[in-house]
Design a protein around this ligand. Structure first.
Ligand SMILES: CC(C)c1onc(-c2c(Cl)cccc2Cl)c1COc1ccc2cc(-c3cccc(C(=O)O)c3)sc2c1
Length: 232
């Protein structure tokens, strides 16, 4: 049957995409990736600065997701803490899969590869980046996928599961329609996108392990990252 995006779904996509484009790490911050010298310490510091800025961007984006601010305040925090790493994988994947015309791709890849992270984390991480690149995700799908990730109801400490699930389903409905309309040649495209979200959750586990190993080596994070990742 002919898939039709309703007027309110069009408005929803527009508000999500506008919010996604409006909130970005400032250029004067990301251009440091191109300028600073290369060393494991400097790379780690730069990635820490990028992640810290990305969390701030994520909070602003999330506040613009229709319905998010009417959720229970503590649930809002639980959703942000529970999805931050996954949302940052999605964003860094966009940068690493040459989806952004800013020449950061190679530089970021090099800095991530030489920042003291263990090989056992690198492999799944770069496999994920490759699988995202193969999907050639468009801007609307990227923004909606980030919103779907944030609105995952089964995060730790979420109280009103149903309220979050309702919001996520609204996003999934319009994302599914967008995929059908924009990838008519690939009826499995939406399912493949959701498969990436499953892969993202496994990366959470690797990331938690990495955080622990960094703490062993007494690596320092910023107060915002300590708060969102419950470290130090
Ligand atoms: C604390 C730090 C060492 C760390 O620990 N784990 C991770 C991580 C790593 Cl490695 C991989 C995935 C997820 C996480 Cl969370 C990180 C670094 O996380 C980030 C997070 C976001 C961004 C956005 C960037 C970026 C570049 C150019 C342009 C843009 C842009 O949006 O224009 C964005 S780089 C960057 C680095």
């Amino acid at each position: 049957e002919k898939v039709k995006i309703t007027k309110e779904q069009q408005a929803l996509v527009k508000s999500i995409v506008d919010a996604y484009n409006k909130h970005q790490i400032p250029q004067d911050v990301t251009k440091k990736l191109l300028q600073e010298q290369y060393s494991a310490e400097e790379n780690f510091l730069l990635l820490t600065e990028m992640a810290t800025n990305q969390v701030q961007v994520l909070v602003e984006f999330t506040k613009n997701i229709p319905g998010f601010l009417s959720l229970d305040r503590e649930d809002q925090i639980a959703l942000l803490k529970g999805s931050a790493v996954e949302a940052m994988f999605l964003r860094s994947a966009q940068v690493l899969s040459k989806r952004m015309p800013n020449g950061h791709t190679e530089v970021l890849k090099e800095r991530v590869r030489n920042s003291g992270m263990s090989e056992e984390f690198m492999t799944p991480m770069f496999n994920f980046y490759k699988s995202i690149d193969e999907l050639q995700i468009g801007q609307e799908e990227q923004a909606l996928l980030t919103a779907v990730t944030i609105l995952t109801p089964d995060r730790p400490y979420v109280k009103d599961y149903q309220a979050v699930e309702r919001l996520q389903e609204t996003m999934l409905d319009v994302l599914r329609k967008l995929c059908v309309l924009q990838h008519p040649q690939d009826p499995q495209y939406f399912a493949r996108l959701l498969g990436r979200l499953t892969e993202l959750r496994t990366l959470n586990h690797y990331h938690a392990e990495m955080l622990t190993s960094w703490r062993m080596n007494d690596q320092k994070f910023t107060p915002l990252l300590c708060e969102i990742w419950d470290v130090q």
